[in-house]
Design a protein around this ligand. Structure first.
Ligand code: ADP
Ligand code: MG
Length: 391
């Protein structure tokens, strides 16, 4: 969290609205560290809230109208405070409007109050660090405090997710919002997408992450994503019939069961299923390694995760492979893998803090040599989750 950013926001707010904000909330972005495409298979993910985020400030005003300003671009929208509705024109506002709708839905009718609001963030937009979740969660916390709604943390995450589904039109899982809500300094967040339990796992402060955004976006991402989901569902149905214990999702299938039955399945379905099944096993193994302080072992699991993406799930791409392949040979680097949906986007590299500069330079050079463009690795540390910081 950057206290400077909070000060800048409060100053901008005062300049625009002529008074101080009464409530300010903060929410960080997130990185996915281990556990890829496991959320919709009811499995496990290790993620972290990051040291970049969004501040959301507001103050009550008279009347029935609300004003909302995106402080980075100084764009303003106005709407009735008791009836936030989706807008086609200011798409950035939908994340906030949906969050307000979610808070109001948990309060008795007539609870709405007019306000002026402004937000400011330092997460690069659309780079795989989830600026959208940071915006939803910071807005939800600010509105909840302002309107006197006592909302449990899981519900805060769900309000953000619903805003993303219904207002922004993105059918995301709960990982981004839950990581932003449940993040803890020097810890990863262990998420269980069946029970919706989110627990901190201590993480060595001697290491950090380099997040490398390739800016690559490969065509047919939606089609490829849907194909992967369908294969996972088909595989779960196969295992439900083949195994003598209940299987409602790939979460219920062990790696040994996959090995034993893969020959009986369509080869493509088997290879797709290997990824979430293997990832669940790696996340569980990774949690144990972190408890024992085995950072090197944990990094190896990250490399294995990427191999699984590359070979079984086929959601990697040459740009991501370049970063992960280069990372294998850099001193001080423990592991690397793609982070998020894949088919482009970002790779996450686990590195000793003392090697950050040299590793970053080596990654930049490797990428430039192969693809002709520079990447800009960003230092990410595991940070505290969302909270109200004023009011
Ligand atoms: P990601 O969540 O990976 O950053 P998304 O496409 O899900 O990418 O969300 C990015 C969108 O969220 C932006 O295009 C914008 O509409 C909105 N947004 C998030 N943070 C801000 C901000 N600080 N200022 C303006 N818009 C923002
Ligand atoms: Mg997003």
């Amino acid at each position: 969290m950057s206290p400077d950013l909070q000060q800048v926001l409060e100053k901008k707010f005062a300049e625009k609205y002529g008074r101080e904000p009464t409530v300010v909330a903060y929410a960080p972005g997130r990185i996915e560290v281990l556990g890829n495409h496991t959320d919709y298979n009811e499995g496990y993910v290790l993620s972290a809230a990051i040291n970049h985020g969004t501040f959301f400030a507001l103050a009550p005003r008279d009347g029935a109208e609300a004003s909302l300003t995106a402080g980075d671009i100084m764009d303003e929208v106005r709407f009735p405070a008791d009836a936030p509705a989706r807008t086609e024109e200011h798409t950035w506002a939908n994340y906030v409007l949906g969050s307000l709708a979610g808070v109001l839905a948990r309060l008795p009718a007539g609870s709405a109050r007019a306000f002026d609001a402004m937000f400011l963030g330092n997460i690069p937009l659309g780079s795989g660090l989830s600026s959208s979740a940071a915006l939803e969660v910071s807005a939800t916390l600010a509105f909840a405090r302002f309107l006197g709604a006592d909302i449990p943390p899981v519900e805060v995450a769900k309000i953000g997710q619903k805003a993303e589904h219904d207002f922004a039109g993105v059918k995301c899982g709960l990982l981004d919002q839950a990581s932003s809500v449940f993040g803890r300094r020097d810890s990863l967040v262990m998420s269980d997408f069946r029970t919706l339990e989110f627990k901190p796992v201590a993480f060595s402060p001697d290491v950090c992450f380099l997040m490398c955004n390739t800016n690559a976006k490969h065509a047919l991402v939606d089609g490829a994503y849907n194909e992967r989901r369908e294969c996972c569902e088909k595989a779960a149905r196969f295992f439900a019939a083949a195994l003598d214990h209940p299987v409602s999702a790939l979460r219920d299938v062990s790696w040994n069961e996959w090995l034993e039955h893969r020959g009986e399945m369509d080869d493509l379905i088997a290879r797709r299923a290997a990824h979430p099944v293997g990832e669940d096993a790696r996340v569980l193994a990774g949690v144990e390694m972190l408890r024992e302080g085995d950072v090197a072992g944990f990094g190896k699991l990250m490399f294995e995760s990427h191999d699984s993406s590359r070979n079984y799930f086929e959601n990697s791409c040459p740009e991501l492979d370049t970063i992960v392949d280069a990372a294998q040979a850099i001193p001080g680097v423990y592991g690397a893998r793609l982070s998020g949906g894949g088919f482009g986007g970002s790779a996450v590299v686990l590195v000793d803090r003392r090697a950050v500069e040299t590793a970053s330079t080596a990654l930049r050079n490797a990428y430039k040599n192969r693809h002709g463009d520079w990447i800009d690795p960003r230092v990410i540390t595991c940070s505290d989750g969302a909270r109200v910081v004023r009011g």
